[in-house]
Design a protein around this ligand. Structure first.
Ligand SMILES: Nc1ncnc2c1ncn2[C@@H]1O[C@H](COP(=O)(O)OP(=O)(O)OP(=O)(O)O)[C@@H](O)[C@H]1O
Ligand SMILES: [Mg+2]
Length: 397
């Protein structure tokens, strides 16, 4: 897949940007703070409908504006689709495919990307939510219908947590109050829904980890030959904690649902006490193993980078195997990598259908990267940002 054209309007620092792109490598070079990451973040938003830098959409809208728009025309197997998303302040976002209105979530799967960013170190070192997002973003890119399951789960979770809080209040005044009894009866109904959606999410995550693991292991070995092997463990309630997801077949969904229901029942008192849901996919994590140790808190800087790159490359491999080769977005990563890892990443990029790379001025890029176009990214004054084509265009042929 490749992006033939993209536009940003009032997105972050970009007042307006319209750019034609080609397959192959396009390089964006500019000094710090010129809008390179903003550009890549905008393209990536089209594929995941969220930013990799912030959890809310608010900061994506240009200061002083109410709406940011991102448009992209993607070409996949000769078929062209133009998608646009409007990010609105204080009201819901809007989307179109070929100018026809649609639900935002219908955009998922149209533009596929794999983003490599300096923040990827947090895939290994950061909070569990970062690893859950990594899995869920990939799930949704591959199976867009799961986006509805994820948002239903979120809704049920919010309702259930609210109920737990009222049950907690009732508990303080004794279970026999009418409000307490009613909260507890209603909780049973929410448990069933939570377990049903939760089981769908966990089952898909486990299947995904099963498929991803060999790619992660292979990529890690190519980036760090002769190193300890990698393994991915799924961390959940004890019945659903699966070691070595690559070799352990995932349990079926009915088993997961029953285990979740039992897990919720077993922790009911504790949940009411704390007023939050203690079992479910929102609490789970992936433990990234390196040999016999978890990489988090153990791996060196270089090993951490190798792991993060292996996870991203595995996502790219899997989607490519599915028949949808994602657009590679490399935001300022080469400057973070040592020579060996740079070369390894450059080899993948050299064979990819389309790669957009950002780099600060003067950054060394591997020689084997032969861009079809190089753009300088410059900010003029405080309002106008511009990407302009340099005469240093290189023939890829
Ligand atoms: N919502 C917004 N409205 C206006 N400007 C914004 C908004 N969000 C971020 N910016 C500005 O965008 C500028 C460029 O940010 P960006 O992260 O894209 O820079 P960059 O070119 O990637 O720099 P670096 O090389 O340091 O990574 C920053 O100066 C920031 O203040
Ligand atoms: Mg940047």
């Amino acid at each position: 897949m490749f992006l033939r054209h993209c536009e940003l309007h009032n997105y972050r620092s970009w007042e307006h940007l319209a750019l034609d792109l080609e397959p192959g490598i396009t390089l964006f070079v500019g000094a710090n703070g010129q809008g390179k990451t903003n550009f890549v973040e905008g393209i990536n938003y089209l594929s995941c409908l969220r930013s990799h830098r912030v959890s809310q959409d608010g900061p994506l809208i240009r200061e002083g504006c109410d709406t940011a728009t991102i448009t992209g025309t993607a070409v996949h197997r000769g078929r062209e689709l133009t998608v646009a998303v409007e990010i609105n302040k204080g009201k819901s976002n809007q989307a179109t495919i070929n100018t026809a209105s649609c639900k935002t979530r219908e955009l998922l799967g149209v533009v596929a990307t794999t983003l490599f960013a300096p923040e990827d170190l947090n895939l290994v070192r950061g909070e569990p939510a970062i690893r859950r997002n990594y899995l869920d973003d990939l799930l949704v890119q591959r199976r867009p219908r799961l986006s509805a399951v994820l948002s239903d789960y979120e809704k049920v979770l919010r309702q259930r947590n609210a109920l737990l809080k009222s049950a907690n209040m009732a508990l303080r005044h004794g279970y026999n109050t009418e409000a307490g009894t009613s909260a507890l009866t209603t909780l049973d109904a929410w448990d069933a829904q939570l377990a049903q959606h939760g089981a769908t999410i966990i089952a898909h995550r486990l299947h995904l980890l099963h498929e991803l693991s060999p790619y992660v292991a292979d990529n890690y070995q190519s980036l760090a030959p002769g190193s300890r092997p990698t393994a991915l463990h799924y961390q959940s309630i004890p019945e659903l904690t699966i070691e070595n997801c690559g070799t352990t077949p995932p349990p079926d969904q009915d088993f997961i649902e029953a285990a979740l229901l039992a897990g919720l029942a077993a922790q009911r008192d504790k949940e009411i006490d704390r007023g939050i849901t203690l079992a479910g996919p929102h609490r789970d994590d992936i433990t990234l193993m390196l040999g016999v140790h978890p990489a988090k808190g153990f791996a060196s800087q270089g090993e951490t980078w190798s792991y993060a790159l292996s996870l991203r490359l595995a996502a790219y491999n899997l989607m490519t195997e599915d028949g949808t080769e994602p657009i590679l977005l490399l935001d300022d990563v080469f400057s973070e990598l040592d020579k060996y890892r740079r070369e390894a990443l450059a080899t993948v990029v050299a064979n990819a259908e389309q790669t957009l790379i950002t780099a600060a001025v003067g950054d060394d890029l591997p020689e084997k990267l032969q861009p079809v176009a190089v753009h300088t990214v410059t900010a003029h004054g405080d309002a106008n940002y511009r990407i302009s084509e340099l005469d240093r265009e290189v023939d890829n042929g």
